[in-house]
Write a protein that binds this ligand. Structure first.
Ligand code: ZN
Ligand code: ZN
Length: 256
């Protein structure tokens, strides 16, 4: 499976990174729609585009307003339209996005999408991909998604905007993941602030990874004001986990 990193910071873009957005072209699944979504159109290869929203914060949803252009460009390239746009999320999050982000005074055009609430569906299928989700600790709440491709025997877990779930249930839910995408917004010196703002820090991510044992860890949702090459002390994580560890960067493509 191929994963494209279109936006890899939290909160706001910086010179090198846009906000949260990741794409799985073979399945037409977009994980969140931050500002990185403007990069999507050349990568679309399916007739349906499915967007899984972790929550409604702007660094995960603002790019939904770019989709008119993105889908128009994709149609021009493919010579045929994207037939269906589906947006999945918790009911109160998708209602907030529809009511506020797509309010006439904020964005004056309608998005022709099917909005699908996941609240009563702990598991559902998207284009043959089995999806399940778990609630996470974050202001207003967010969800982690687990995706399974049964015929390819691949498993991906996407956990962003969370303080990091160290429960046994979470570890069991993640078991056998080929790839764990986990946010790491802060270094250890800001762990208290991380707990207050609902984010993860270096040693917490190492702990979650040690418990859930993925083959590979991709660190996402980096703090945008940390512009050094190693914004989260990645070596400390590498030393304490038995997984290949990669820092997400915009434009990175990863096979898992
Ligand atoms: Zn965020
Ligand atoms: Zn958030």
């Amino acid at each position: 499976m191929r994963l494209h990193c279109l936006g890899t910071v939290g909160y706001h873009p910086n010179d090198d990174r846009h906000t949260s957005c990741y794409f799985l072209p073979e399945s037409g699944i977009l994980l969140d729609a931050g500002t990185g979504a403007f990069r999507l159109s050349p990568l679309i290869q399916t007739d349906t585009l499915n967007i899984l929203l972790s929550h409604a914060h702007l660094d995960h949803t603002f790019g939904l307003t770019f989709l008119l252009d993105v889908l128009f460009e994709a149609q021009k390239r493919r010579g045929k339209p994207i037939e269906k746009l589906r947006i999945f999320g918790e009911q109160e999050k998708i209602s907030a996005v529809e009511t506020h982000l797509f309010h006439d005074l904020i964005f004056p055009a309608k998005l022709d999408a099917e909005w699908i609430a996941i609240d009563d569906q702990p598991e559902f299928t998207v284009e043959g991909v089995q999806v399940s989700w778990r609630p996470q600790d974050h202001p207003g709440g967010s969800v982690a998604y687990r995706m399974d491709w049964p015929d390819q025997r691949k498993r991906l877990v996407y956990a962003t905007d969370t303080t990091g779930d160290t429960s046994e249930e979470h570890a069991r839910w993640c078991e056998g993941a080929d790839l764990l995408m986990h946010e790491c917004y802060f270094r250890d010196d800001a762990s208290e602030w991380a707990l207050k703002t609902g984010h993860s820090w270096t040693s917490r991510v190492a702990e979650v990874t040690s418990l859930s044992k993925p083959k590979r860890l991709l660190l996402t949702h980096i703090n945008p004001i940390e512009e050094s090459d190693d914004p989260i002390d990645i070596e400390a994580i590498r030393r304490s986990v038995d997984a290949e560890v990669t820092l997400a960067t915009d434009g990175l493509t990863l096979e898992f």
